[in-house]
Ligand binder design. Structure first.
Ligand code: UDP
Ligand code: MG
Length: 316
C-alpha cells in the first residue's frame, strides 16, 4: 500500500443553503477520510447560498488547511457547481458527493479501495432510497425512461456520488457541454468502471434544494443530451399517423364513389385536425428541446463564475 502522503484524494461537494448540514457533514467526512492511507482535500463549492453556509465554510477553511472553498458569484445549480469543484481538485482521484449527507461519507473508503484495485471510475450504486413517495416514483420513472431511450448504456440508479480518477476528471473538465448530466457524461467517457452499493439516506436536515421543476429539467437534459430517439419518435409517430390517415382517406373516397354513407360528417375532420394538431405540437416541442440546447452551446458562456477561492497558500 502506498505511503500516506503519496496519494491525494479530493472530495468535491456542492453547497447551496446547507447551514444545518455542514457541521455534521464535516465531522463525518473527516472521520471517514481519516481512515484512508492518503492525504486529502475537501473542496466545498458555495453555489450562491443565502444562509450562513459561506461563513461556516470559511470558518472551516481557517481551522483546517485541507478545506478549500470555491465561492461562485451566484446560484448556478448542482451540475455547474460540481464542475467548478472539479476544476479546483488536484488529487489523484476525485470523489463527488452531495452536501446533505444523502451520500454517506462512510462509503468513501470503499470507493477508494476499488480505485486502488485499478478502476478508473467507481460508482456508488443506490441499493435503496429513503425519500418521499412521489420523488421515489419519479426517480423510478426517470431511470426506466432513460434506460429505454438512451443511445448507449447509462448505469441506472447511479447519481453523481462516486469516485473518478484524475485522468477521468481531466477529461470531464474538457467537455464544455452546458446541459450537463454527470452520470451520462461519466458513462460516455468510459474507462474501467466498478460499483459499490450503498443505502441512500435521508437528508439530515433542511429541505431538498433541487425542486421538482429543477429535477425535471435535469431529467430532460439527461434524455435530450444522450439520445436522438425522441426525434425519431416524432418522425415515427408522424409516419404512422399519416399512414393511417391515408388509408382512411382511401376508404372515404371509395365509400363516396360507391355511394354509401354520403352524409357529410363533422366528427371525422374535427377529430383528425385536433389529433394531428396535437401530434405536430408535440413534435415541434421535441425539436424545441434540441434547438434550445444547441442555442445554449452556441452562446458558449462559461458554466459558472467564480467569485473567490479560499485555498491555503494561494488566497485569491
Ligand atoms: N445544490 C447546489 N446548487 C443548487 C441545488 C443544490 O449546489 O442549485 C447542492 C445541494 O446543496 C446539495 C446537492 O446539491 O449538496 C444536492 O441537492 P439536493 O439534496 O437538494 O438534491 P436531491 O438530493 O434532491 O437530488
Ligand atoms: Mg439530496
Amino acid at each position: 500500500m502506498a505511503h500516506k502522503a503519496d496519494l491525494k484524494v479530493s472530495v468535491v461537494i456542492p453547497i447551496y443553503d446547507e447551514e444545518e448540514c455542514i457541521d455534521i457533514l464535516y465531522d463525518r467526512l473527516t472521520a471517514a477520510l481519516g481512515e484512508l492511507e492518503a492525504d486529502y482535500e475537501i473542496i466545498f463549492v458555495n453555489d450562491g447560498s443565502h444562509d450562513a453556509s459561506l461563513d461556516m465554510l470559511t470558518a472551516l477553511h481557517q481551522t483546517d488547511a485541507r478545506v478549500v472553498v470555491v465561492n461562485l458569484s451566484r446560484n448556478f445549480g448542482h451540475q455547474p457547481a460540481i464542475s467548478a469543484g472539479l476544476a479546483e481538485a488536484n488529487g489523484d482521484c476525485v470523489v463527488i458527493m452531495d452536501g446533505d449527507l444523502q451520500d454517506p461519507p462512510e462509503v468513501i473508503p470503499d470507493l477508494v479501495a476499488k480505485w486502488r484495485q485499478g478502476n478508473m471510475v467507481v460508482l456508488a450504486y443506490r441499493r435503496s432510497r429513503r425519500e418521499g413517495f412521489l420523488r421515489q416514483r419519479l426517480y423510478w420513472l426517470f431511470y426506466t425512461l432513460l434506460g429505454t431511450v438512451s443511445d448507449y448504456p447509462i448505469p441506472l440508479d447511479a447519481g453523481v456520488f462516486g469516485l473518478i480518477d484524475r485522468r477521468v476528471a481531466d477529461q470531464l473538465r474538457n467537455l464544455s457541454e452546458h446541459n450537463r448530466f454527470l452520470p451520462g457524461l461519466r458513462a460516455w467517457i468510459g474507462f474501467s468502471q466498478a460499483v459499490v452499493p450503498y443505502d441512500r439516506e435521508e437528508r439530515v436536515a433542511g429541505r431538498p434544494k433541487q425542486s421538482l421543476v429543477r429535477l425535471t429539467r435535469y431529467a430532460l437534459d439527461a434524455v435530450f443530451s444522450f439520445s436522438y430517439k425522441p426525434l425519431r419518435l416524432s418522425l415515427a409517430a408522424g409516419l404512422v399517423i399519416s399512414g393511417v390517415c391515408f388509408l382512411y382517406a382511401v376508404v372515404l373516397v371509395i365509400k363516396r364513389l360507391v355511394g354509401i354513407d354520403v352524409v357529410p360528417g363533422f366528427t371525422t375532420p374535427t377529430v383528425a385536425i385536433l389529433f394531428l394538431g396535437g401530434v405536430q405540437l408535440i413534435s415541434i416541442g421535441i425539436l424545441g428541446e434540441y434547438i434550445g440546447r444547441v442555442y445554449d452551446e452556441v452562446k458558449a458562456r462559461p458554466l459558472y463564475i467564480v467569485s473567490e477561492i479560499l485555498r491555503k497558500g494561494e488566497e485569491s
